[in-house]
Structure formats: C-alpha cells, structure tokens
Ligand binder design. Sequence first.
Ligand SMILES: Cc1cc2nc3c(=O)[nH]c(=O)nc-3n(C[C@H](O)[C@H](O)[C@H](O)COP(=O)(O)O)c2cc1C
Length: 346
Amino acid sequence: MYDKLIIYYFTGTGNALAVSNWIAGVATNQNISVEIRKITPSLSFKKEDISKNILIGFCYPTHGFNAPPIVIDFLLKFPKARNNIFLLNTRAGMKISKIFTPGLSGLAQLLPAHILKIKGYKIVGFQPMDLPSNWISVHPGLKGKVVDSIFNRCEIITQKFAGKILSGKKIYRGLISLPIDLLISPIGLAYYFYGRFVLSKAFIADSNCNNCRICENECPLNAIIQKYGRPFWTNKCESCMHCMNRCPQKAIQTPHLFVLIIWWLVFSAVPLWIARWLAHDANFFAQNFDLIFYLAMAITGLPIVFFSYRILHFLMKFRFINWLITFTSLTRFNFWRSYFAPKRYL
Ligand SMILES: Cc1cc2nc3c(=O)[nH]c(=O)nc-3n(C[C@H](O)[C@H](O)[C@H](O)COP(=O)(O)O)c2cc1C
C-alpha cells in the first residue's frame, strides 16, 4: 500500500515519541521505510515527500484541549499535497484501581484535521492514545507500576492501529468522543490564544538550581533564557513539562502561591474592580457589566501575568522570597513524583 512512512512528532515528556517508535516498528516489520522527524520551530517540509505512496503521520500531545501551538503553526506552514495522513494525539491517561481512564481531546484532532483537509490531504486515521498524564504542575506524577501498565496497554492498541492503517484501512476512533470534543472546543481555542501564555509563567528555578542549563539547552521550543543568572521562562514556553521533568536537581517548580495570587488578580479582582468602577453611575456600563468584566480580563490579564512574573523572577534572588515561593510550591515535595516516558520506549 505505501512505500514510505514519515512521522512528524512533538513531545514534552516522551509519550508521543514512544508512540511514533511503536508505529515505526510495525512499518519496518512490513518492509516499509520509515523516517521520524521531530517538529522544531525551524523544521520545514521536504518537497520530495509529496507522493501518493507516502503516508504521513503526526504524533503529539494534547495541550489545553487542543494540539500544541507549535504543531498547529507547523501544519499551517505545511504545503498543499494529496498524501494520506493520520493524526495521533497522546492524552492524559490515568488508572484508578483497575480502570484505565481517558483524557479529553477537544480540538486536538479536529483543528489539525481541518487545516490538512483544506490543504488537500486525505485523513485516514484519527487515534487518541491515553498515555500517562505528564501535567505535574497540577497533579503528582503517576507511580511506576501504573505507568508500566498504561504503557503495556497503549503499545498493543498502537500496534493494532498501525497495522490497520499501513494496510490501507481507515480508522476514525478519535471521532467517538466528537460531541464532548465539540462541547469543550471553545476552551481549546482560548488555550491557543490566551491560556498558554498564562501557563508559560508558571515555572521558576529554586535555590537548588546550579545553573547547569540543561533545561535551557533541551527545551524543545528554545523558550528558556538566562536572566539575572537564572533560567527565565519566556512566553514561547508551551508548558510541555520537559524542563521540569528533566532537571537533574529537581529545582524547577510551579510556584503555586504566586500562581494563586496572580490568577485571582487576573480572573477575578482586577476585572471586577474595573467593571464596578465603570458601572458606578453610567447606565450603559451598568447594563453591560458582564461584557466589561470579560473584556477587562482579556485586556489586562496578560500584562499583569508578564509583569508580575518579571518582578517575581527579580525578587527570587532574595533568600526569603526564594524560600517563601519554594516552600509554598507543591511540586517540591518528594511524594509529588515527576514523570518521563520509560527510557526503553525512547
Ligand atoms: C499544559 C498541558 C495541558 C494538557 N492538556 C491536556 C488536555 O487538554 N487533555 C488531555 O487529555 N491531556 C492533557 N495534557 C496531558 C498530556 O497531553 C499527556 O500527558 C501527553 O501524553 C503528554 O505527551 P508527551 O509526553 O509526548 O508530551 C496536558 C498536559 C499539559 C502539560
């Protein structure tokens, strides 16, 4: 059916690479040549890949009920062609007791599918894959045993999917959750235009940081720079969690106290204060209170986040502030495990 398989992948903590490797393994067993290409901010498409006998696959994590912005931007730059395409998004899989629970895709497949369809590609596969959740800013990393059992299950599902796709079948399993995906799709859009910038400021390096610069050198988005001799997360960061899970000193934290205060200011206090002030005596403003509230949130939110993160970064050089921010971060606790896909799959 196909002479060649090209897999484009983006990954933060290895799940999407593991899936790409499983699919490549199935193709190799069928004597189909395979190329796996990592999506980077500078990667471009090769013109010789436009051939009907070449199957192209995209593997990437789900971020904020959407595909990661770097993947969307890469697809927008993709040339027009008629190749067959499959999309596989890894999601936040968990295991509660003996039950494997799925993540949620939202726009993670729908948006890339539409972009590629408009460019002339034919979608032959939609497949979500519920690998271990890596969002350790929000919850502790899963236990090793749970990670292993989720991986064993997903390897089998992926190999079945790859076998069918490579033999020319179409699989649209990702569409089973279409109603719920459509329902949460506005959150996916809000994440792309707004949420990701807020989340990019949810990382700090604590006093254990020895400035080895591994986070900076390995960041898939070149989003970490040096400021005052310490790592600083720019708004290119997509919260892929690579840095936090790879830091040998476990010195990268989510500053939960800072995040709580800033989010309260951005999503509640400041817009409420502006809306109340404008609605004070003018009839029009009083009647459109909600609209003004959300408009004020949209306009003032990012400047507040960016400005306060800069101040925090500066203040972190003072011992007490550094201690306070680290002390009020949940990620510093030993029980708050980190997560990276097991080495044998990468
Ligand atoms: C910022 C962020 C947002 C996420 N949003 C979602 C989501 O909307 N739905 C979901 O199922 N998983 C979500 N996840 C979990 C990851 O998609 C999941 O763990 C994925 O398998 C990680 O793949 P990777 O190791 O290739 O980066 C999110 C993770 C992060 C860090």
